[in-house]
Design a protein around this ligand. Structure first.
Ligand SMILES: *Cc1c(COP(=O)(O)O)cnc(C)c1O
Length: 431
């Protein structure tokens, strides 16, 4: 059976998938990694949808009892019920639109799948738990939407007050069954720190906390699938997937780590570009200008779901790749003006990108110039542009695209409470 060990103390007894899934963070504060990476099964490349891919690839990672269950395939079909199209925007430039889920960002893929895996694990154990999530925008709504209404699961969301867009805030604060939302008086790093403290706090041990941030292996794993799905779509277009690079608009580096896991499992191709905004710790680390874990304070940018000074998955990526990390990943930091200019330029050429995707498209071209790579680059389009009307309007000088799904939220009932950025305040809220 596949086992998962902590990045901090790999010699400690490794755990099974359900335990890693329900713990989120390892007891020593590290992140779970599989002790070996399962190879992609024969026939993975015959899959005809993301859900079909999931049903073929995921069983090797999960509990042995999941290996031949058709029920698992049904659950995955329900979780991954939206398209993930590869769109060609010029001869060698592709975007993989991972944002067609219910909350319009790629985070629906991980959150919806994880929610169902957690519900099955709790059912097996006759247990219940509270999912505690810090969000800089898109995670919270994806997690709230994915987990809401599961009978054995409560959800608590923390987001930095005043630092998410109006649309994101509305998506976060919509009243949902089993979900409580707090606006924290601090920044995203405060939210993330609170979550980390809560997990190791003895006073909160009995609450049964777990995470659904991208530190959770249950969210990361499904995100590997759409890289495989992109490579199948490239092949279907007659493009050699082995020649492709993947450019990933990055914040906490969960998405990028999932891509690296796909490649380790045997995905063809895949040099990775980590496209960050001005929060440039990781690009600085890759060029040797910055020590590992010498994190920086968070800066606010137009791509706010990537405003992360201390990427939580860095520890995992670093543990996985060690000194090879700069052979696998090339990093770039994109400024705010360049991001807005890129939105404008792509719109003129016919493609409307959200600010995060624009950082990616800018990063992809920077990679091409710096490396001489002349093959295809697939940039992940991580959110629908309609989620960021303010930025789009600033970039285009006119209102951006709309989404009926978002407009339907305008009249919905909301529920949110303020929270001071202290462990004490969080304890009170949780107990
Ligand atoms: C979360 C998010 C990112 C960053 O992804 P990480 O896995 O944290 O690196 C990029 N774009 C959008 C739209 C997001 O919501």
């Amino acid at each position: 059976m596949l086992r998962f060990a902590s990045t901090r103390d790999p010699a400690r007894e490794p755990v099974d998938f359900d335990t890693a899934l329900l713990n989120g963070l390892a007891p020593d504060g590290g992140l779970y990694l599989p002790t070996v990476t399962p190879r992609l099964p024969a026939g993975w490349d015959d899959a005809d949808s993301l859900a079909d891919l999931a049903a073929r690839v995921l069983p090797a990672w999960l509990q042995p009892e999941d290996a031949d269950e058709t029920e698992l395939a049904d659950v995955l079909r329900e979780a991954l019920s939206f398209p993930v199209p590869l769109v060609q925007i010029s001869p060698q430039r592709f975007v993989l639109e991972v944002f067609h889920g219910p909350t319009l960002s790629f985070k629906d893929v991980g959150a919806r799948t994880m929610a169902r895996l957690v519900a099955r694990a709790l059912d097996r154990r006759g247990d219940r738990l509270t999912i505690l999530v810090a969000t800089s925008g898109d995670t919270g709504s994806a997690v709230a939407d994915g987990f809401a209404g599961q009978s054995a699961i409560d959800v608590v969301l923390l987001y930095p007050d005043g630092m998410v867009s109006e649309v994101q805030e509305r998506q976060l604060t919509v009243a949902r069954p089993g979900v409580r939302t707090f606006a924290v008086r601090g920044d995203f790093d405060d939210c993330q720190r609170l979550v980390k403290q809560a997990f190791v706090d003895p006073e909160l041990a009995e609450v049964g906390l777990s995470s659904a941030n991208s530190i959770n292996i249950g969210r990361l794993l499904p995100q590997s699938l759409y890289y495989l799905w992109a490579s199948l779509q490239l092949a279907a277009l007659g493009v050699d997937p082995a020649s492709a690079a993947y450019c990933v608009p990055s914040g906490n580096l969960g998405n990028l780590t999932a891509g690296v896991m796909a490649k380790r499992a045997g995905m063809p191709g895949g040099r990775f570009v980590a496209a960050h905004n001005r929060n440039d710790f990781f690009p600085g680390f890759l060029t040797g200008e910055r020590e590992a874990f010498a994190f920086k304070r968070t800066l606010q940018t137009p791509s706010n779901a990537m405003d992360v000074g201390a990427p939580s998955n860095f520890e995992r990526l670093h543990a996985m790749l060690g000194d090879e990390i700069s052979d696998w990943v090339w990093g770039v930091a994109v400024g705010d003006d360049a991001t807005l200019a890129r939105i404008r330029a792509e719109a003129q050429a016919g493609y409307l990108a959200c600010p995060h995707t624009a950082v990616g498209l800018e990063g992809a071209d920077a990679y091409r110039s710096a490396s001489g790579h002349d093959g295809p680059v697939v940039t992940l389009a991580t959110a629908h542009p309609a989620k960021f009307p303010g930025v789009l309007e600033r970039a285009l000088g006119r209102p951006g695209p709309r989404s009926p799904r978002l407009e339907a939220l305008a009249g919905a009932e909301t529920a949110v409470s303020p929270l001071e950025p202290t462990l004490d305040a969080l304890r009170q809220a949780l107990t």
